[in-house]
Design a protein around this ligand. Structure first.
Ligand SMILES: [Zn+2]
Length: 121
């Protein structure tokens, strides 16, 4: 586990939380095929580290055969200057219409479990 801890402590914690949530809701005898989550570009989560944490943490558990499917959530902001909703590409936080920096983040901070695909025995 040492190399894993160095790789992404933040992601391990988040992944453990996610796996707990899944296990709590898992019907008895169900085999998890796929775990669908969404990660926003501004969530601060390193996707590769999260994938690595996931594949390490599910070993020898009832989730060992699960595949992690990550949906990327882009950064959408609301410009308080020109009142437009627009997608931006971090780390550039400037409205492409009016060049204002007065932006409100609408999406991009997510880290959510969307669904799991299971196969019941
Ligand atoms: Zn604007």
């Amino acid at each position: 586990m040492e190399h894993l801890r160095r790789y992404g402590v933040h992601e391990i914690g988040l992944c453990e939380e996610l796996l707990c949530k899944i296990k709590e809701n898992l019907p008895l005898g169900a085999i998890v095929k796929k775990v669908n989550i969404r990660i926003g570009k501004l969530s601060g989560v390193n996707k590769e580290a999260f994938r690595f944490a996931f594949s390490s943490l599910i070993q020898n558990t009832e989730l060992h055969s699960a595949i992690l499917n990550i949906l990327d959530i882009p950064v959408n902001v609301y410009c308080r200057n020109c009142y437009k909703d627009v997608e931006i590409e971090p780390p550039i936080f400037i409205c492409p219409y009016c060049m204002s920096r007065d932006l409100e983040i609408i999406t991009g901070k997510e880290l959510d479990l969307l669904s799991i695909d299971i196969e019941e025995e």
